[in-house]
Ligand binder design. Structure first.
Ligand code: KIV
Length: 271
């Protein structure tokens, strides 16, 4: 599929808001998986800071550095995918100052990202505006924002409470408006009630991409390792379309057994 379809470009995102074809995004952190998801016809590859929990064995995403993200964006970009490459801005790369935000967004673009993504709403408005002014497309991320792990008290569904507290339904509506006004070209809505995501999507001019946000967003995103059944973890919102962890264990144990029993390498795998 990859060789025949044309390159997905940023202006396509807005076009897809009014089309019936929903956007699809998955994570990838290296060239092999980038080429696999691209061949499958995905629209956007997210080089997510979930690399921390998925690949680095960490409990949260907070420890990922700009150097790590730059490296993984380079790996994905080396696959030259037709899908758009979204580079996640890690915790600490945009919180301290607008200047940091722009400098680090530029680093990700130089590494091969075509859009950068950052988490938050009202409180990251200036960072988004500054990156957009630097001519770098930005994807927002509202609702459950994993970089707010400690404030949220864990990765918990957001938007279930009333009032103006961070994480409340009303505040998430304000967050959606803030990121859109700041100039994002799309935004992720993570782990909020489907009714709230539906309301946000109906009001937004740019596409929304949901994860744990119901069926009415303009697109969906999953972590690839969850989708492929490679993870040990399971989540209510993540569907495993394969069972690669069990298949991989079986394949490697077959290899171990073949080596132990002298069945590998055989004549066809020898010179
Ligand atoms: O880092 C990531 O994988 C993400 C998705 C969960 C949206 O931000």
């Amino acid at each position: 599929m990859s060789s025949t379809r044309s390159k997905v470009i940023v202006p396509h995102l807005l076009e897809r808001k009014s089309s019936s074809e929903l956007l699809t995004m998955v994570t990838a952190y290296d060239s092999t998986f980038a080429s696999i998801v691209d061949e499958a016809g995905i629209d956007l590859i997210l080089v997510g800071d979930s690399v921390a929990t998925v690949m680095q064995g960490q409990k949260t995403t907070l420890g990922v550095s700009m150097d790590h993200m730059e490296y993984h964006v380079q790996m994905v970009a080396s696959a030259k995918p037709k899908a758009l490459i979204v580079g996640d801005m890690p915790f600490g790369s945009y919180q301290a100052s607008v200047r940091d935000a722009v400098t680090n967004a530029v680093r990700l673009v130089k590494a091969g990202a075509e859009i950068v993504k950052l988490e938050g709403g009202v409180h990251v408005r200036e960072a988004i505006e500054a990156i957009v002014r630097a001519d770098i497309p930005v994807m927002g991320h509202i609702g459950l924002t994993p970089q707010s792990y400690h404030r949220m008290g864990g990765n918990k569904v957001q938007g279930r409470t009333e009032g103006d507290q961070t994480g409340s339904r009303d505040r998430i509506l304000l967050d959606a408006r803030a990121v859109e006004e700041a100039g994002v070209c799309a935004f992720v809505i993570e782990a909020v009630p489907a009714t709230l995501a539906t309301e946000i999507t109906a009001a937004a001019v740019v596409p929304t991409i949901g994860i744990g946000a119901g069926v009415n967003c303009d697109g969906q995103v999953l972590v690839l390792h969850d989708l492929l059944g490679l993870s040990e973890r399971t989540f209510t919102f993540a569907k495993a379309y394969s069972n690669l962890r069990q298949l991989s264990i079986a394949a490697v144990s077959d290899y171990v057994s073949d080596v132990h029993n002298g069945r590998f390498p055989d004549a066809t795998h020898s010179f």
